[in-house]
Design a protein around this ligand. Structure first.
Ligand SMILES: Nc1ncnc2c1ncn2[C@@H]1O[C@H](COP(=O)(O)OP(=O)(O)OP(=O)(O)O)[C@@H](O)[C@H]1O
Ligand SMILES: [Mg+2]
Length: 221
């Protein structure tokens, strides 16, 4: 699934001033690529990611997913894309605190109406793929940060979306856990997933095929 952004702008009005969070982004990401995005705090990384993930719309410019203009999609089409095409991994893990690891991983399949047996099996396999079968019954508060993030990745694996977007997935983790997460993402990329990852970690950034830098809402060399 290919990603194409043409002249993306995102402006926010705060009081009397206008903030240009994105200031003309042109971007092409091919199906199966692994791309990292770096840049200082406030440069527009998350704003870009939220637009790529169809969580937000640009003020102007075009965003095409597999050649289809996201700006012209209905709400129904957008939620279909968010559910079936794009998996998210966030810095704060974003797991539901009242659910076990297994139940959290099952969620995307539940939203799609998969029968219980099937979603249990897929979720259990996904937890196994990230080495967490032993924590299936634990709630997020009963797991380490690294384990919570692996659970979030298992959720993306279970959802089996062609695109995985990760916004600082290792921002809250130690170097050992970060390493594990990077290995899992690299493996997912080898299996054919398109991955776009925001990171502050130069070493992690260099593991990708392509490194994008963003400064003041623009891509720089
Ligand atoms: N909802 C909003 N309203 C107003 N301004 C916003 C909003 N969201 C983001 N901004 C501004 O847009 C700019 C880009 O923010 P963004 O969150 O994309 O930065 P970032 O590169 O992800 O930073 P960080 O590395 O700290 O996460 C910042 O100046 C921020 O203050
Ligand atoms: Mg951010």
């Amino acid at each position: 699934m290919s990603i194409r952004a043409i002249g993306l702008h995102k402006h926010y009005s705060v009081g009397n001033s206008e903030i240009h969070a994105l200031d003309g982004i042109d971007l092409d990401i091919m199906s199966g690529e692994y791309v990292t995005v770096t840049g200082v705090s406030g440069s527009g990384k998350s704003t870009l990611m939220n637009i790529l993930g169809c969580l937000d719309l640009p003020t102007s410019g075009q965003y095409l997913l597999d050649g289809c203009d996201v700006g012209e999609m209905t709400d129904g089409e957008l939620s279909e894309i968010r559910s079936r095409k794009i998996g998210f991994i966030f810095q704060n893990f974003s797991l539901l605190p009242s659910l076990t690891a297994l139940e959290n991983v099952e969620l995307p399949l539940m939203y799609r109406g998969a029968p219980k047996e099937l979603r249990r099996r897929i979720a259990a396999e996904a937890l196994e793929a990230v080495g967490l079968s032993c924590r299936a019954k634990h709630r997020p508060s009963e797991m380490s940060g690294g384990q919570q993030q692996r659970t979030a990745i298992a959720r993306a694996i279970a959802a089996d979306t062609p695109i995985i977007l990760a916004d600082e997935p290792c921002g809250n983790l130690d170097s050992r856990s970060s390493h594990d997460i990077m290995d899992i993402l690299q493996e997912l990329n080898r299996s054919g997933k398109t991955i776009v990852m925001i990171t502050h970690d130069e070493q992690a950034a260099r593991r990708a095929q392509r490194l994008l830098r963003i400064a003041d809402g623009r891509l720089v060399q």
